[in-house]
Design a protein around this ligand. Sequence first.
Ligand code: HDE
Length: 693
Amino acid sequence: MADPKQEQRDAFRAEDPASGPLTTDQGVVVDHTDDSLQAGERGPTLMEDFHFREKITRFDHERIPERVVHARGAGAYGYFEPYASCAEFTRAAFLQDPSVRTPVFVRFSTVQGPRGSADTVRDVRGFATKFYTTEGNYDLVGNNFPVFFIQDGIKFPDFVHAVKPEPHNEIPTGASAHDTLWDFVSLQPETLHTIMWLMSDRAIPRSYRTMQGFGVHTFRFVDAAGKGTFVKFHWRPLLGVHSLVWDEAQETQGRDPDFNRRDLWDCIEAGNYPEYELGVQLVPEEDEHSFDFDLLDATKIIPEERVPVRPIGKMVLNRNPDNFFAETEQIAFHTANVVPGIDFTNDPLLQARNFSYLDTQLLRLGGPNFSQIPVNRPVAPVRTNQRDGFHQNQIHRGTSYSPNSLGGGCPALADPDSPAFRHLTERVDGQKIRRRSPSFDDHYTQPAMFWHSMSAWEQKHIVDAFRFELGKVGARAVRERTVEQLARVDHELAVAVAQGVGVAEPRRQETPRPTPSPALSLENNKGDGSISTRQVAVLVSDGVDAGHARAVRDALTEGGAIVEFIAPRDGEVRAADGALAVDRALPTVASVLYDAVVLPGNGLGAGDPVSDDLARRFVRGAYRHGKPIGALGASVAELAALLPDSVRTAGADGAPAVDQGVVTADAVSDDFLRAVAESIGAHRHWERTPLSG
Ligand code: HDE
């Protein structure tokens, strides 16, 4: 199917480097680029050397300011198609016809760290989508949490200054575990709901392909008759929602700082295209005040049990960018990029964003013509009276004012009954006032709802996270004040945190008891048990049972998993029935880079102490992080020696044993392979104790 955005990109591709020799920026061919022009072999460099000066000057100017937040990101192209017409609620052209694919570019990001920071930090993830619609660009600039830290955009600089590294020494990079953030949190209880999400495993997604996305604010759909409906946007990954555990996330920061970026890139290259369903929660305008919170308050969700999420379409990411800087770095999102049929609400956070995003691009991209950069160009025709400015790339002709007669009155204004963006007519009446609405006052009920909606292991991970973060806070008063705030969410939570960070247990007080929302728990978002794109390490070494190894690989690959043979050294391992090609050498990988590990018999038996130690660390790591483990034949005893006695492994009687995600058997069989696949499909096995923190 033709993709108008890809066709448009073709026109902007730089000259094919294979089409001729090296030139200067002016197209002058050069035959020497290794030595500068000098007065004599050992003499000074000459000003006249235009090739040298151009090369160095261009290099000096390669960097642009990184994004003040969300600096670290990864992006991809793809498409969106609706399941059915949404004309009942919105006239947005891209939501009308299931046969029409709208090109998209999505950029995922972390928030706190700089461009070069690690991927698997504890942080919110950005999930920003640019839809290149036939009616202009629509940007849904969301996050992987449905709520935000503050209610009014005027607090954003305060919040960001608090979460960014400490001002005197710029420590820590990509982390929220430091005094200034928690000082702010302890004094600003509106942060608490999002802080609960931040302390949960949602803040360390396994992959960009396995996290949800949310528009956060309440927006509006507008139908052809001009009628509005409140709408909250949700992206749901079709693979299910999967996260890491904190100990693993920290190790991954060192083992592969590009863990999420690489995963996105590799999966798209391999044809394993990430897919997300777009869902909407719709609230009729007349029900605006029927909730016990304010729809304009971005620190609140509408529980899905109260207003179900209605799936309206699917997005597929199927193409990596050609050039990171040109596309992923230069893409410019803006919440005010809306199309007819989508409109704003008076959410004060959204209103502030509608100012900030345009402003930031002017600095970051060096002037007002950034929408001419290929990745930002709409596929819809652009006819404006905007002119000039830095980096103007277009040659406009004719007049540039309206009304005009000398230009034939062009570009003309859309006539009243043809399509155009028309702001929803909304009655606004009020005193000019600097005061938050009392309907924004309740900061504790929804954090409590989140807490009470978690499974036992999720609650444990949240407590561990609070203990870690506050444990890194030097100011005792900040630890105490935060615990006091948590005591207003839930007493047990506050006590567990207090015990971990060495402050007095808070006194019991009245806390909210909201109805839990099961949709919030990762337990209820696991996907369909498929093993598609799970990374499985099969540890092999000389003497391996190659039949077992191949059977495991074939069965899991059949189910969509990505299986790699890992051996002490690269090349091949010798097996009784021939050689087995190795995918990666053990010293170059670690269990944190895989979702599961299988020992097909003689997996650990390399014989030399270094490899044996690495292999044992691999298996122990996988166990600690709740990952599925399979073992066959001679490896069962090797594995049993590494695991606690409480894990039941197969004896000599033949039947596979399945216990706490550990699957063991004497020999490979369909039962064994099925049990391994089921164990992988379940993602993690938190029934193991103690839970890793
Ligand atoms: Fe952003 N935000 N933000 N933000 N935001 C930026 O825009 C801002 C907020 C989000 O991949 C900046 O181009 C203000 C909520 C994403 O390019 C900046 C406020 C949500 C991205 C900015 C917020 C987001 C940004 C930095 C409070 C979730 C990355 C560079 C009023 C719904 C987009 C840039 C990308 C980026 C300002 C709050 C998501 C400075 C003032 C809430 C995903 O304009």
